[in-house]
Write a protein that binds this ligand. Structure first.
Ligand SMILES: *Cc1c(COP(=O)(O)O)cnc(C)c1O
Length: 445
């Protein structure tokens, strides 16, 4: 079959794609989700890999504290607050007739130190992993002593002989660029056309080289990789396939356990947890969900949210074509105000890992990103960037769409919803400059 034949067949066999192609807001329920014990079989990554990543982040904590004093409060761990948002829940119920029972919380990765987005998890972890590999290989450290010594001038000079490059729509470039520059690397970020000017400016102010593209994210990645491959001392962060990035995100789940305990919240089969995560290429929401499934297994229900113009993970998973198809193949533009989610082709690594685990994917129109943004400001006085506001599509529609109501019924959760916990995963926003915030507040589409 030619590529066009394959996509035509996929469209015919996957009715939801017709509505997706019509740019409708909708939810897709994953028909391949399995019970955790069955789905976890044969997975390449396990809990042990997440534990390993968590330990590595602990080893680097003294170094991070030294380079980024704002992390001192948390002992050099980059972690965000989990905050109940009852006023937002009331607003969703009153104004949007969401009928959301249980408790709604906000996971404020929007306010993560250093990068101001969820990318502070995966992106920074990947840079640290590479740094540890190099440092061990060249005898700069041994794992028993404090990594704070990596911050010495001598070590900084060592890392300046190496380059780290990445393709990005903005936030990944910020987390990798800022951390790489702080360690001493030459950092090169290949920015797609969607990337906001202030993100490029901020990176340049930290000494990062920003190369701009007039095309979309995939093009920035292809070129970035090519340039990196020409330089033996250059390391390319592969957002689509990196296991390291994925594991950096997954550590969030282990830390969430403690945070839920601190709030006196139980998660078990009688107290289901629903999590709503904005999705671009898939690494961040996939990694977090993978971790959450390891920890809470069948008690957690993970939903992604994508823009109606860039629902690449939905298209890839529903057809099982993954990165063999793009949203442009079904007539969408891939253009969206949600710059963090402006990805036309998903990670097939993530799509395949999520196949037995993901509950479903919501889509959202750009205009509604700004509505939720204003509502959250009004109700809770918290600012999120537009991409992050996609998370609210889930709690607003869980009880509204027939498909999700059926999901709840099929999972036997109807009588448990009054005790359910809903987490909207706020993926970015704290670094957005005031002038840009004002622009967003007045954006009506
Ligand atoms: C990158 C990003 C996401 C999605 O992460 P992916 O790994 O691309 O799926 C969501 N929200 C924001 C704000 C982001 O920057």
């Amino acid at each position: 079959m030619t590529k066009t034949d394959e996509i035509t067949r996929a469209l015919m066999e996957t009715p939801v794609l017709r509505d997706v192609a019509l740019e409708k807001e909708l939810v897709w329920i994953n028909p391949d989700k399995k019970d955790f014990n069955i789905g976890a079989k044969g997975q390449e990554l396990t809990m042990a890999d997440i534990d390993d990543a968590e330990e590595r982040l602990k080893r680097f904590a003294p170094f991070i504290m030294q380079r980024f004093p704002e992390t001192k409060e948390r002992g050099g761990l980059i972690e965000s607050v989990l905050k109940p948002i009852p006023n937002m829940q009331k607003l969703l119920n009153d104004t949007y007739h969401a009928g959301l029972e249980g408790r709604l919380l906000l996971k404020q990765d929007s306010h993560l130190a250093i990068a101001g987005s969820i990318k502070a998890r995966g992106g920074i972890y990947e840079v640290l992993k590479h740094t540890e590999d190099l440092a061990l290989e060249h005898g700069l450290i041994n794992p028993e002593e404090s990594y704070a010594r990596l911050a010495s001038e001598e070590n900084r000079r060592f890392f300046s002989r190496y380059t780290i490059q990445v393709g990005s729509t903005g936030n990944l470039g910020m987390s990798i660029g800022i951390m790489s520059a702080a360690i001493g690397y030459n950092a090169v970020v290949h920015m797609s056309a969607d990337a906001k000017q202030w993100k490029k400016d901020l990176l340049r102010s930290r000494g990062v080289t920003v190369i701009e593209y007039e095309s979309d994210y995939s093009e920035a990645v292809v070129n970035g990789r090519k340039l990196s491959d020409q330089n033996p001392n250059s390391y390319f962060v592969d957002d689509e396939n990196s296991r390291n990035l994925f594991l950096g995100y997954a550590v969030a789940a282990k830390r969430l356990v403690t945070q839920l305990e601190e709030l006196g919240i139980t998660v078990d089969p009688a107290h289901p947890l629903f999590v709503y995560l904005p999705c671009g290429v898939g690494g961040a929401p996939g990694g977090v969900s993978f971790g959450l499934k390891q920890v809470f297994q069948d008690a957690v229900h993970c939903f992604f949210v994508e823009p109606t113009q860039a629902p690449c993970m939905l298209a890839g998973m529903a057809t099982k074509l993954h990165n063999a198809m793009s949203v442009q193949d079904i007539g969408l533009t891939g253009l969206t105000h949600a710059d963090g989610l402006a990805v036309g082709r998903p990670s097939s690594f993530v799509g395949k890992v999520m196949e037995p685990m993901l509950s479903g994917i919501f889509t959202i129109r750009d205009g509604n990103l700004y509505e939720y943004m204003r509502e959250l400001l009004r109700a809770e006085d918290i600012f999120l960037e537009p991409s992050a506001c996609a998370a609210f599509m889930g709690p607003a529609h869980l009880n509204v769409y027939q498909e999700t109501r059926n999901y709840i019924k099929k999972q036997g959760l109807q009588d448990k919803m009054a005790r359910a916990i809903h987490i909207a995963w706020a993926t970015g926003g704290s670094l957005v400059p005031d002038s840009v915030r004002e622009e967003y507040k007045n954006m009506y589409l």
